[in-house]
Design a protein around this ligand. Sequence first.
Ligand SMILES: [Ca+2]
Ligand SMILES: [Ca+2]
Length: 288
Amino acid sequence: MQGETFWQRTKIHFVAACFCLLCGGVTAQIFNTNLIVNGDAEAGPGSPNGGLVATVPGWTTNGGSFAVVQYGASGGFPFSTDPGPATRGTNFFSGGPTAGLSAATQVIDVSAGATSIDAGSVRGALSGYLGGFSSQGDNAMLTASFRDATNATLGAVSIGPVTAADRQSFTGLLYREASSAVPAGTRSILVTLQMNRTDGTYNDGYADNLALVLLNSNANPRLNISTTTNTVNVSWPTTAADWILESSTNLISGWTTNAASPVIVSNQVIVVVPSHTNARQFFRLRAP
Ligand SMILES: [Ca+2]
Ligand SMILES: [Ca+2]
């Protein structure tokens, strides 16, 4: 229950019950948001045939033949209907036409979160879709390396590779996620996307929708509540838009995902709950 926020409501009046929630006084921009720039491969051009593109915004390509390719490109690439992200846009990352090993990196400055990181309250969640071509073993890996102020590596978290067996030899991309505590002393994170070729000439390691989100247990979103005659309006900041609202008639058990659909107004996620459905109801947010 630590770090969660609860609200208690009665038929007569509403009582704000806030437990275990502390504001850490940190810069919120680095928490609860995807820190990878252009993780979806949509910020620049995509090749219609698997070839190289002029630029890959946000990424530094480290040799190899790192490429951005359109779904459905000619030559045998994933289609928009193949396994992969539900929202996949136009492009994905690829190992490219010639190299056995292709890589791209980006460095994320997280020094603004130093206080919380050094207090040990921050976790890094890495996720993305990784894949390959048919029965070939070509694959992709994504690694986030936590580095101190001198760029020495303190730890890492990675996802992949997704094997041909994982894909049951279908062309496409599968979701993977992993998380790790961010070590005290971390000031930057080196993100490395690496594609490895095992078959043929083309490097068919594929990736899309890559995300690195830092979660700060000392800066969990706060729930707000307001009422009208017939409704209870529960809201929280859009910086935690992917958190899940749960409700129960008691604090001990019975927590279920609230069925009401959220709407976003300005910088708030709002869930409107019909009033007086229960004599007492509690709400909490669960991290995704
Ligand atoms: Ca994409
Ligand atoms: Ca290949």
